[in-house]
Design a protein around this ligand. Sequence first.
Ligand SMILES: Nc1ncnc2c1ncn2[C@@H]1O[C@H](COP(=O)(O)OP(=O)(O)OP(=O)(O)O)[C@@H](O)[C@H]1O
Ligand SMILES: [Mg+2]
Length: 508
Amino acid sequence: MFALELKNISKTFGSFKANDGISLSVKCGEVHAILGENGAGKSTLMKIIFGLYQPDIGGEIFLKGQKVTISNPRFAIKNGIGMVHQHFMLVRPFSILQNIILGVEPRKWFGIVDYKAARKQVNELSKTYNFNIEPDRIVETISVGMQQKVEIIKTLYRNAELIILDEPTASLTPQEVLDFYRIVENLKRLGKTIIIITHKLHEIKEIADRCTIIRKGQFIETVDVSSTSEEELAAKMVGRIVDLKVSKSNANPGEIIFSVKDLCVLNDKLFLKVNHFNLDLRRGEILGLAGIDGNGQRELVEALSGLRKIKSGSIKLNNREISNLTPRQIYESKLAMIPEDRQRRGLVLDFQVKDNFVLQRIEKSPFSHYGFIITREIEKFADTMMERFDIRPRNIELNARNLSGGNQQKIILAREIANNPDVLIAFQPTRGLDVGAIEYIHQELIKLRDQGKAILLISYELDEVINLSDRIAVIIDGAVSANLSEETLATHKNIKEHIGLFMAGGKA
Ligand SMILES: Nc1ncnc2c1ncn2[C@@H]1O[C@H](COP(=O)(O)OP(=O)(O)OP(=O)(O)O)[C@@H](O)[C@H]1O
Ligand SMILES: [Mg+2]
């Protein structure tokens, strides 16, 4: 029996076909992965299933064999469909409990919300699924992994039988990902059907039963996961063989260009999050900073880019002290930055794509002349970038909000790389990108390195750090706890486990 069947689903935005005659079936109780490049139309298709978009005329949807018209999310929820979106939809100043029951609050007399009943039910769900949530915590203060769980409980609280997860692990730490796998196993054991979008091929192998591949809005194939390899999946998705390993020559480091000495930085609650941090970065090298989320990476990056005042220490770029300068002054000293949170720090979502390309430079030549904005130049630049970084669709007039997650990320990468920085700080640069795009971005970063630029790569993905870096430093509790040379990286047999140990608190 199929939990869900889609027949000939299309969705057109203007003249652009985001979904083009897609048909697929999801079996009851299976974990069904959806794989496709950035912009292939995955989120759009999921939004149709959840009633956020209507398909074009001619498409049909069946739930357990019954033909339905999912006219809005309310209908979807009523019929047992739940969705966790690619970018979370929680109300940040509300508590976990308030978020979970939002819109379906149990009521007592006179319509007063019955928090006691709600808390009881939420606690039971939390226990059944091993979630360990604290219902009264404010969402703003909890980790992304916890927010993920809240989103999932939210669907369970509404009795979802079919749960759609749009890139659930894109921003989880490796530990949180393991938790997440267990949650999926649990959901499956308790009879739920799951559709999951992910760009991580090993994850599909790990948790999915079947996988449907979509390319440029079209259905390509549904495969049994157990009888296919990661390489095959990648090739089917992109339509060519993808190099899953980074190939790069040895680094050729020059003089020190960026130097951080004894840096101390406080977080908002005045905890010392960066604690006598030291680092030297040379021209022509990629230095990877490995570490578990929450060890001061965020505060470090904010201090380096001028978003957070430092407590003590120094940050020198080209021998000039840049600590406590404004973000603009730092940017103009040729330090570029790929921020962790693309939607809140990287883009202005309600600006057009073309304007997002020149956010920091719009008043500079050639984009402005005597105070007048030269739209022609901005458009020319934007068009070139769209082509070079294969950002889809090639429409610079769209608002950034209407681009797929991965394509939003590519705009930031393109903008920062094109600014020709001396130092690039790349915080989770390939989050949410498909394997083909990751391959491309990695090559671009290596190219930048080979032009004598210095790159500081900060990532929770140990694989990415190991693959891309020439040297690696490990950060724990706001300080560097280990340094691994290029030679160690090249010769150590179990480098991943070795670094993993340092990350978990082992001493060098
Ligand atoms: N509201 C909209 N208006 C115009 N175009 C849109 C709109 N929503 C989506 N699109 C376009 O449809 C295409 C598919 O987008 P979608 O978000 O479904 O991609 P995706 O497969 O989820 O990609 P990613 O892996 O990057 O998240 C994209 O090219 C996007 O720009
Ligand atoms: Mg998407």
